[in-house]
Design a protein around this ligand. Sequence first.
Ligand SMILES: Nc1nc2c(ncn2[C@@H]2O[C@H](COP(=O)(O)OP(=O)(O)O)[C@@H](O)[C@H]2O)c(=O)[nH]1
Ligand SMILES: [Mg+2]
Length: 227
Amino acid sequence: MHLDHSHDATGAPVPSADARRPDGRRRALRIGLGGPVGSGKTATVAALCRALREEFSLAVVTNDIYTREDAEFLLREAVLPPERIAAVETGACPHTAIRDDISANLEAVEELEEETGPLDLVLVESGGDNLTATFSRGLVDAQIFVIDVAGGDDIPRKGGPGVTTSDLLVVNKTDLAPYVGSDLARMAADAKAARGELPVVLQSLRGEGGVGEVAAWVRARLAAWTA
Ligand SMILES: Nc1nc2c(ncn2[C@@H]2O[C@H](COP(=O)(O)OP(=O)(O)O)[C@@H](O)[C@H]2O)c(=O)[nH]1
Ligand SMILES: [Mg+2]
């Protein structure tokens, strides 16, 4: 297991030591979004950009295996100005680019900071992967793991580092639960059992609350980062 985030007593991630840029300014908080293909990572990134872009200076890095599909979606949706969206093509296994050889992602983050900065927040979306993919702490300061109710309501019970130790677990697409026969109460209970004090949000981007709870969590991380 490569996840080595540490948490304080409230379950909040403790920022890594290299929080300053070489020029002494505080660099942007970096939050990774991982999880299986189709769970709603890009949709969550888009919704977060819409929710937070008036308050903070934001940028996004997407990771796709062979294309720039996710970045193009965010560009089409105009969630941020184009110069604030960068795409990394990972080639082989998407988890390698966020965990083992993070150089292309680090370069993308640093380039965004140099060209559009100062930035408060950079969101890094991983290419869709299985339940074992996690981000290196050298790349992100906190990570959100996104699963969805249509992927099976036994996923929180199956565990894996994303489910058990990510800083925030999002169970997305709760609007689909009745159609796929997923038991939301059971998913919430299993997630709690697997994660102890670490937070879990059940959300539907099609529903009323939308990305609100996740945006509030990001705001709290940003407040801690700049404190
Ligand atoms: N019904 C429903 N569909 C969603 C929700 N969130 C995302 N989707 C859809 O699920 C599909 C996959 O989402 P995407 O963000 O591309 O997944 P990713 O592969 O994890 O980035 C898209 O068609 C989204 O519109 C949700 O909360 N409810
Ligand atoms: Mg995506």
